[in-house]
Design a binder for this molecule. Structure first.
Ligand code: ZN
Length: 79
């Protein structure tokens, strides 16, 4: 399935890619509810956002290249 040895960058990229796909699937509809979970506060999307944020944070610290443009339109609201 996957190569036996992945660099940290590859792992990070895969995590971010998967998280983005999840985030797309769990994007709230016009009523503000997740179409998959059918709730207004989708925890899956929140978790995916955390993964993306963490992956980009690591990338910014470890490399000088600019991160891929994040396409999130809602600010983080914790609590
Ligand atoms: Zn959801």
């Amino acid at each position: 399935m996957t190569a036996p040895f992945l660099s940290l960058a590859q792992i990070r990229n895969r995590l971010a890619l998967t998280a983005r796909q999840i985030l797309r699937d769990h994007q709230p509809g016009t009523d503000g509810r997740c179409p998959v979970c059918r709730t207004s506060g989708c925890t899956v999307a929140a978790a995916a956002r955390n993964v993306i944020d963490t992956a980009e944070d690591v990338q910014q610290r470890s490399t000088a290249t600019p991160p891929a443009t994040p396409d999130r339109d809602d600010p983080q609201h914790t609590g």
